[in-house]
Design a protein. Structure first.
Length: 211
């Protein structure tokens, strides 16, 4: 897995925020995206929904370490739309997200400074309106226990604030969860104590898990 930050923000869900500045309508559509293909598909979809707009400017950031950063002014003066949109995403620590700002021109020119403030500002407002979630880096672990212990164990894990990702039922029950790397040793000791040594712990890879 890529070595990235311990945590970052992402868009909670797809959503839209609209504002009017000097008679121009600025409509910001936001979406969480898994990769660059996802981001490009979202941009294309929003553009297709607003073929009559003067501009559909966009920006997206992919990768926990923001390894992919792309933006487009879509006909606005260079550096006045896509760049401030991208900067707002980065300033707010947002990753795996795409933003498209659709502008319907209202007849009043805003100037370069006005455009930069408008495009960056509407992305910031949209992030506040749609909401963000924190994603933290965890070590994936699988706890295996018999059916008799598993129900109470799962309840104890959730009650203790652990991030349970999946529960699989077979001959035994496998509970997959995320544990911060620094807490692995303490978790191992807690598990042995809670189950009287009756559960097995297997360490997996790393993943970013939404809080």
């Amino acid at each position: 897995m890529e070595q990235g930050p311990d945590e970052f923000a992402s868009v909670a869900a797809e959503g839209v925020h609209e504002t009017e500045i000097n008679r121009s309508r600025f409509r910001c559509a936001l979406a969480p995206v898994a990769d660059e293909d996802d981001a490009r598909a979202f941009v294309a979809r929003v553009r297709a929904e607003h073929p009559g707009a003067n501009h559909n400017c966009w920006a997206y950031v992919v990768g926990a370490d923001a390894s992919v950063q792309k933006a487009s002014d879509d006909g606005e003066p260079g550096g006045t739309a896509g760049a401030p949109m991208l900067q707002m995403l980065l300033r707010r620590d947002v990753r795996y997200a795409a933003a498209v700002v659709t502008r319907y021109f209202g007849g009043v020119k805003l100037g370069a400074g006005g455009l930069i403030r408008a495009y960056g500002g509407v992305v910031g407002e949209a992030l506040d309106a749609v909401g963000t979630v924190r994603r933290r880096r965890y070590r994936l672990v699988t706890v295996t226990a018999d059916h008799q212990r598993a129900g109470r164990l799962e309840n104890d894990l959730r009650a203790g604030g652990r991030t349970v990702r999946e529960v699989r039922y077979g001959a035994e029950v496998e509970i997959e969860l995320g544990v911060p790397e620094a807490e692995i040793a303490a978790f191992r000791a807690w598990l042995a104590d809670a189950t009287a040594g009756g559960a097995r712990l297997e360490l997996g890879g790393e993943a970013y898990v939404t809080d």
